[in-house]
Design a protein around this ligand. Structure first.
Ligand SMILES: Cc1ncc(COP(=O)(O)O)c(C=O)c1O
Length: 396
């Protein structure tokens, strides 16, 4: 039976990682990878995570099964963090959060939940969106379509075109939004635009699903959930798929969560039973080491304060790099306007280069990124930025 299968091409990012690793050039730069990098090019374990892990290791008494919802303290702490401890939706018990293996697991579980509720639903994702969105929803048997989002000429949001498209959606549609730090284009709606989007969502009655993979990386932890708070104030039902991979830097621990907001507490409890049964049929129950660590952090004032500081450091470094890079490009006499880098946020932006220019960066300068010219801003540092700007000037 298995002999009918043929090899699937590897993810382009994996090809870039291995080509970069094999390149002997001391000047090589990997701009493709999707993890945060510090000034030394590393992705270290956060101090708050190290501290909490020590506590976890010394207090954990069993590795016995825990059940499909996982670590209860993590689930409630994430609800407070995402929706606000004193929010109406929280105090009315209309929202429940269940841990998942990473944000990807949350998206897949959310997709399975949508499929169970409305098998014929269409999921609408921004054009462009994170490449794995394109795979996850169809894998759950759902139709995936796009709505206009990014203007490649202006490197800006196509707000009017997006709103026009959303006006034609209704019950039976699910619209997927990136809460902040859009991957791959770095462009987010501002607060006024979120107000208009959430008003329209409430008016048209489609289900908003929010991908919250970079909470804290754009403006701040609470600031980055502004869309979630507006959706939950206005809409009876909301799904949020969150990831702790970036903001707790626990990538390989696989920590994420799916939150379901319902019209009333009874429905919210019912939906949790469906999520638990979907989990049981899939991976039975989630891993708890990473969520155990975050449970400890979010229940300690001291460790939470440390975590907030460490998230702010990562955010400020990325925003600082955006400013410096854009200034260096302008000062190098490159005619094309790259000031959009300063207006965008999060780890990713499109540089707007052709496939041929990307190939030249790779072959002539050992600078690696994907053909779409999406770059990870956190990969820049003091010692590689000038080299990059020179190379960019040459290929332009
Ligand atoms: C937009 C977006 N959503 C979700 C994820 C999922 O992250 P993970 O499964 O690693 O937690 C990512 C990771 O890169 C992402 O960029």
């Amino acid at each position: 039976m298995l002999d009918k299968l043929s090899a699937v091409p590897p993810d382009p990012i994996l090809g870039i990682i291995s080509a970069h690793a094999a390149d002997p050039s001391p000047k090589k730069i990997d701009l493709g990878i999707g993890v945060y990098r510090n000034e030394d090019g590393g992705t270290p374990i956060l101090k708050c995570v190290k501290e909490a892990e020590k506590i976890l290791n010394s207090t954990e008494t069993t590795k016995s099964y825990l059940g499909p919802p996982g670590v209860a303290g993590f689930n409630s702490a994430m609800t407070d963090l995402i929706f606000g401890e004193d929010s109406a939706v929280n105090s009315e018990q209309r929202v429940h959060t269940i841990q998942t293996p990473g944000g990807t697991g949350a998206l897949r579980l959310g997709a399975d939940l949508i499929k169970a509720a409305a098998p014929d639903a269409t999921v609408w994702a921004s054009d462009p969106t994170w490449a794995n969105h394109d795979a996850i929803f169809p894998a759950a048997g759902l139709r995936l379509e796009n709505y206009p989002y990014f203007d490649r000429q202006k490197s800006d949001l196509r707000f009017d075109a997006m709103m026009e498209s959303l006006r034609s959606k209704g019950p039976g549609d699910v619209v997927l939004f990136h809460a902040c730090c859009h991957n791959p284009c770095g462009v987010s709606p501002n607060e006024d635009q979120w107000r208009e989007i959430t008003d329209l969502t409430a008016e048209k009655g489609f289900l908003p699903m929010i991908d919250l993979a970079y909470m804290g990386f754009e403006r701040g932890i609470e600031e980055d959930t502004v869309s979630v708070r507006l959706f939950t104030e206005k809409c009876p039902e909301v799904l949020v798929a969150s990831s702790c991979s970036k903001n707790f830097a626990v990538y390989r621990e696989r920590v994420g969560a799916i939150s379901a907001v319902c019209d009333n507490p009874q429905k919210a409890s019912d939906v949790v039973t469906v999520i638990n049964s979907l989990t049981r049929k899939n991976y039975s129950m989630p891993p708890t080491h990473g969520t155990g660590i975050i449970d400890i952090i979010l229940h300690s004032d001291e460790l939470t304060a440390l975590w907030r500081e460490e998230v702010a450091d990562m955010r400020n470094r990325i925003n600082g790099l955006r400013n410096i890079l854009s200034e260096k490009i302008a000062n190098a006499g490159i005619e094309r306007d790259f000031s959009f880098l300063q207006r965008q946020s999060g780890m990713f932006s499109f540089l707007g280069l052709s496939v041929d220019q990307i190939r030249r960066l790779r072959e002539e300068f050992s600078i690696y990124t994907v053909d779409s010219a999406r770059v990870n801003i956190a990969s820049f540092n003091d010692s590689n930025m000038d080299y990059f700007v020179d190379a960019l000037k040459t290929v332009l």
